[in-house]
Design a protein around this ligand. Sequence first.
Ligand code: DX5
Ligand code: ZN
Length: 221
Amino acid sequence: MSDFKIAPSILSADFARLGQEVEDVLASGADIVHFDVMDNHYVPNLTIGPMVCEALRKYGITAPIDAHLMVKPVDRLIGDFIDAGASYITFHPEASEHIDRSLQLIRDGGVKAGLVFNPATPLTYLDHVMDKVDMVLLMSVNPGFGGQSFLPGTLDKLRDVRRRIDASGQDIRLEIDGGVKIDNIAEIARAGADTFVAGSAVFKGRREEDPHRYDSVIRAF
Ligand code: DX5
Ligand code: ZN
């Protein structure tokens, strides 16, 4: 299995001081910036788009940015996120008219591509595109909001994806998103995840004595 990576979701950051927040979590040991894009159409919430991704790059963030697109349609935004400096672009198969084409668009832009599965989305979407994904993102909550509880049924699904990835022999990251906390991350890792999105757990874990440090949570992971 690959090395473990922590990907704080900036959905729970203070957007008024986003550059500093991202700098702080990275300095505290985070590996990847998880960037939740919501359109108030595919999911019932509205967040940030490619301009903000580009602004983080201009601010000087060089860590991988993992753009999780909860938007429909998908393809129109892929080029914008490639140009904005995303490192990974993942999307929900139900939101794409042509899954293979969307994956190809992402890779053609030199960016790593991934599919995202809601709790009730079947894994069969992977059947014909396993060789075209660099990441599988399993939602352990229904998408749209931070701060929800981890759905325990996701653990079996994680084990299933882990088997599929191992059988493929490919280098594919297995990311989990939603309700990841200090007290459940070990169990989630044992079920096969190697990349852990955490929003509220990280951003609520700021040190009182030093508001720029999140390492008490990130190291506990
Ligand atoms: C939900 C988002 C998640 C969310 C995770 O749609 O994709 O990234 O922010 O937040 P927590 O860690 O608070 O469950
Ligand atoms: Zn996400």
